[in-house]
Design a protein around this ligand. Structure first.
Ligand SMILES: *[C@@H]1O[C@H](CO)[C@@H](O)[C@H](O)[C@H]1NC(C)=O
Ligand SMILES: *[C@@H]1O[C@H](CO)[C@@H](O)[C@H](O)[C@H]1NC(C)=O
Ligand SMILES: *[C@@H]1O[C@H](CO)[C@@H](O)[C@H](O)[C@H]1NC(C)=O
Ligand SMILES: *[C@@H]1O[C@H](CO)[C@@H](O)[C@H](O)[C@H]1NC(C)=O
Ligand SMILES: *[C@@H]1O[C@H](CO)[C@@H](O)[C@H](O)[C@H]1NC(C)=O
Ligand SMILES: *[C@@H]1O[C@H](CO)[C@@H](O)[C@H](O)[C@H]1NC(C)=O
Ligand SMILES: *[C@@H]1O[C@H](CO)[C@@H](O)[C@H](O)[C@H]1NC(C)=O
Ligand SMILES: *[C@@H]1O[C@H](CO)[C@@H](O)[C@H](O)[C@H]1NC(C)=O
Ligand SMILES: *[C@@H]1O[C@H](CO)[C@@H](O)[C@H](O)[C@H]1NC(C)=O
Ligand SMILES: *[C@@H]1O[C@H](CO)[C@@H](O)[C@H](O)[C@H]1NC(C)=O
Length: 766
């Protein structure tokens, strides 16, 4: 996903290697975790060319991720940029992706001296990246106080608590500042929702600074039908120090009230001072979306008094090792291991936990409910391969993630599209339909299946409000839930979304058709009445081809009248090249429209050779795999290897496009295994070219490992033969049930193209 609203272009950023020495204390062994390079994806000249990833510390799916703050982040700017020269504190962030805004963040900033520096620009301290230790569970840096001495800062975290330790220079006057709020920029006055900014409170007896921050940068794109509008949303915090305060105060916009115990407003911070000469100060910061009391409970539950930073770091490292050590790579170079394990690290961050102590705050109705909850769903991206990865590697989370989507449906009326606390209406299609269908087809249990069907079927049958007179353009404000905008215009009757009524009409048409396919598979799996099943199937199969312009051989948008709207109209982050391959659920028919397999393969060649494949954005992700579905498997093998080489490496610019909550990385990992979920709701993977000699996967909940062997794969990229559990596979398809419980996937590789998986290419006749 790439939704540019701001652009910063600075050329000439070179690749650089990261400083990643292990922490100076003993940690559990994990070869996989030691290969995570959390700087991968932090670079890039423009926000859309950056992975948008940050070197944060937190366990998998953590509610809050902690990171050194180099920038005040917002849409298109991340809180940490590896090229920066100053660090302005340590931020508990909830920004899930580079094109999403921050919500309810808190920043902890250490300082020395008799004047407390609270403003972002003033409090920044220089650092050398040579002093940084960056791991998934522990971060350390030396901050230059400006006169030759340093504050050593160390950071770790659990899901809801940040743990910081500052070692101050000798004989200094140390303090720690908690920043609750920034200035608030209201970008639109069209709706009159008021956002009280925040508050701080100091309790020296408990050595606590608590507070709240209501900033939610994406509030303006909340659908108007979300009546509650998350207006009670707050990031609450409870920071508890291990050192008594000798002084404290509140700072508002640079003006300090020494001894004040509370404050409200914007640009608000509170600080505590420690006696001169204090060397080490620990602070744990519990966060909550429910209340300060809950933040305190989270603190006591996750990092109780007396816990040392080393203990927190070891625990979080163990949580990562428990996942990442499930995959062992043989025959991978160091660089490839770093790319793979960092991808794995990225793939297990989102969606993130929104529940605490068995309850969660819902922005849809402003109430606190019982149960689990997740947020940070970038479904237009993640339905492709990230969800399939989560089904394999985080199966214990998947029912909770679906249950959370069903809660959104109950509390807000619809399944999420891009939920960031509440829906944001970003991107198109109702791909939650695909997540649910894929889960059901892959045998996932543990959620309310009747409610899931009801919610998904609503997506396919009920248009959004004011569908006939609302464009639902990107980030359009003051509109209802976007869901399937255009469902009522022409789509439900003639099969396409009208370009003169809705934005991005051609992409919508193709995406809705795929979502209908997912609904059809779901309806079929659940034994729904045949008229329901058939109607969904018929629309899924016919809708895409209403856009196929026989005169040009490409998909094109159409007006309500049926008139073609032009080759460049109606696309979402892609063009006619990529989208003309976007019928993942019916490649045979697509190939026949393009003149048959041979001609279809030539059109794929024209797409790649003409430079039209843009792997930095999701609409291209499945395209290299289409050769294999048209009888040219060896060309899939070539293209997949080329794309992996060109778009992934172990430097900050090691992701060519936005990570998008794990989708960029899921593409790499599946491709490295040798198969990819082109049509996720089918439960099938299309075979590509495995990268490594041998990969052993210990899938959670399975006793038998899944072993993918491909001897010689590093130089031999072509497949000569394939067998699964000893049975020959002659077709480039593996079904989920063949691998889900472990087993042996045995590739025989070759240095030159082989005919394995090919069909005879018939001549182009039309
Ligand atoms: C990034 O976004 C800018 C502005 O939206 C656009 O001009 C540029 O082409 C984009 N770059 C890439 C690589 O997509
Ligand atoms: C570390 O800092 C050096 C010197 O400023 C710089 O050349 C290098 O690119 C930096 N490394 C990273 C990973 O940013
Ligand atoms: C990081 O900072 C550099 C230098 O200012 C800039 O070129 C780059 O765009 C920034 N990266 C991101 C992802 O914003
Ligand atoms: C400068 O360093 C001394 C010695 O470490 C320390 O006491 C003092 O607080 C520092 N002053 C500033 C402004 O950083
Ligand atoms: C917002 O409030 C102002 C002042 O009360 C009022 O004049 C205006 O009509 C309101 N706007 C909306 C969209 O409700
Ligand atoms: C903060 O103070 C500066 C002047 O020091 C002023 O320009 C700015 O408007 C103030 N901001 C707020 C939000 O009060
Ligand atoms: C669209 O139609 C509805 C219902 O007739 C009306 O309430 C609304 O104001 C219209 N919106 C626009 C943007 O014209
Ligand atoms: C499609 O609709 C738009 C908007 O009404 C119009 O400007 C355009 O001329 C139409 N295109 C054709 C080919 O009819
Ligand atoms: C394109 O041609 C196919 C048959 O070759 C036909 O079924 C289809 O209706 C044509 N599409 C359009 C939009 O004319
Ligand atoms: C096209 O290739 C696929 C995959 O090899 C094969 O199943 C299909 O029969 C071929 N189609 C035609 C019309 O030959």
């Amino acid at each position: 996903m790439r939704r540019a609203s701001l652009l910063i272009v600075i050329l000439g950023l070179g690749a650089a290697s990261a400083s990643r020495c292990p922490p100076a204390f003993s940690v559990p062994k994990s070869d996989a975790v030691d290969h995570v390079n959390a700087l991968i994806g932090n670079g890039g000249d423009t926000p859309n060319g950056s992975g948008g990833m940050i070197p944060s510390t937190a366990p998998p799916f953590a509610m809050t991720r902690w990171v050194a703050q180099t920038h005040e982040n917002y849409v298109s700017v991340t809180p940490y940029n590896h090229t920066a020269k100053r660090i302005h504190g340590f931020q508990g962030t909830h920004q899930p992706a580079i094109w999403m805004g921050e919500s309810g963040q808190v920043v902890v900033a250490p300082g020395v001296g008799h004047k407390v520096k609270s403003r972002f620009a003033d409090r920044g301290l220089g650092f050398s990246n040579a002093t940084e230790v960056i791991t998934p569970s522990y971060y350390r840096v030396d901050l230059d106080t400006g006169n030759g001495s340093v504050i050593s800062a160390e950071q770790s975290a659990t899901s809801r608590v940040g743990h910081l330790r500052f070692t101050f220079p000798e004989r200094s006057a140390p303090y720690v500042l908690l920043e609750a709020t920034r200035p608030t920029v209201i970008t639109s006055t069209a709706s009159n929702i008021t956002y009280p900014l925040g508050s701080v409170s100091i309790d020296p007896a408990r050595r606590e600074i608590t507070g709240a921050n209501s900033e939610r940068q994406d509030w303006i794109i909340t659908p108007t039908s979300t009546a509650a509008h998350a207006s009670h949303f707050r990031g609450y915090f409870c920071a508890r120090f291990d050192t008594p305060f000798v002084a404290f105060g509140v700072v508002q916009n640079g003006s300090t009230s020494v001894g004040a115990r509370a404050g409200t407003g914007s640009l608000l911070s509170a600080y505590a001072r420690f006696s001169e000469g204090t060397r080490v100060v620990n602070v744990r910061v519990g966060v909550s979306f429910i209340s300060v009391e809950q933040a305190r409970r989270n603190l006591d539950a996750e990092i109780p008094d007396g816990a040392r930073l080393e203990d927190t770091a070891r625990r979080t490292r163990t949580a990562w090792a428990e996942k990442l050590d499930r995959v062992t790579l043989e025959g991978a170079a160091k660089e490839e291991k770093e790319v793979f394990y960092t991808a794995f690290f990225h793939s297990l961050q989102y969606p993130y936990e929104q529940d605490e102590g068995g309850r969660y705050y819902s922005g849809y109705d402003n109430k606190v409910h019982k149960g689990l909850s997740y947020t940070g769903y970038s479904i237009w991206d993640t339905f492709r391969a990230e969800w399939a990865w989560l089904i394999l590697f985080a199966p214990e989370r998947v029912p909770g993630m679906i249950t959370s989507m069903l809660q959104d449906y109950r509390e807000g009326g619809w399944l999420p599209m891009w939920k960031n606390i509440v829906e944001t209406n970003i991107m198109v299609g109702t791909h939650a339909d695909s997540l649910i269908a894929e889960a059901v087809i892959k045998g996932v249990k543990g959620f309310n299946i009747d409610l899931a069907w009801e919610a998904a079927y609503k997506d396919g049958t009920i248009p959004p409000e004011n569908d006939w007179n609302t464009t639902y353009s990107d980030r359009e404000e003051n509109v209802g839930y976007e869901v399937r905008a255009g469902l009522s215009s022409v789509y439900a009757e003639k099969g396409w979304v009208a370009d003169d009524v809705h934005s991005e009409s051609a992409s919508r048409t193709l995406d809705y058709a795929y979502d209908d396919y997912a609904l059809y598979r779901l309806a079929d799996a659940l034994g729904k009445p045949s008229d329901v099943v058939n109607a969904l199937r018929d629309r899924a199969m016919s809708a895409p081809f209403t856009l196929f312009n026989n005169a040009t051989g490409f998909m094109e948008a159409r007006n309500a009248s049926g008139a073609w709207a032009g080759p460049d109209a109606g696309w979402t982050e892609g063009d006619k090249w990529a989208y003309s391959f976007d019928v993942v659920h019916d490649i045979p028919t697509l190939a026949s429209y393009r003149g048959g397999n041979a001609s279809f393969v030539r059109s794929l060649d024209a797409h790649f050779d003409g430079g039209h494949n843009d792997h930095s954005n999701e609409p291209s992700h499945h395209i290299p795999y289409l050769y294999a579905l048209a009888g040219a498997a060896s060309k899939t093998q070539e293209r997949v290897r080329e794309i992996a080489r060109a778009n992934y490496n172990n430097t900050p610019i090691g992701l060519s496009g936005n990570e998008d909550c794990g989708q960029m990385s899921a593409w790499y990992m599946f491709s490295a295994l040798g198969f990819y979920p082109v049509n996720p709701a089918s439960g099938e993977y299309v075979v590509g070219s495995p990268f490594f000699d041998k990969v052993t996967l210990k899938l959670p909940g399975q006793t038998k490992p899944l072993v993918v062997s491909a001897k010689g794969a590093s130089s031999a990229k072509y497949v000569r033969s394939l067998s699964v559990d000893g049975e020959a596979v002659s077709w480039p398809i593996i079904r989920h049930e063949q691998i889900a419980a472990g087993g042996d996937v045995l590739f025989e590789m070759s240095e030159s193209p082989e005919t394995w998986g090919d069909a005879e290419l018939e001549e182009w006749t039309c």
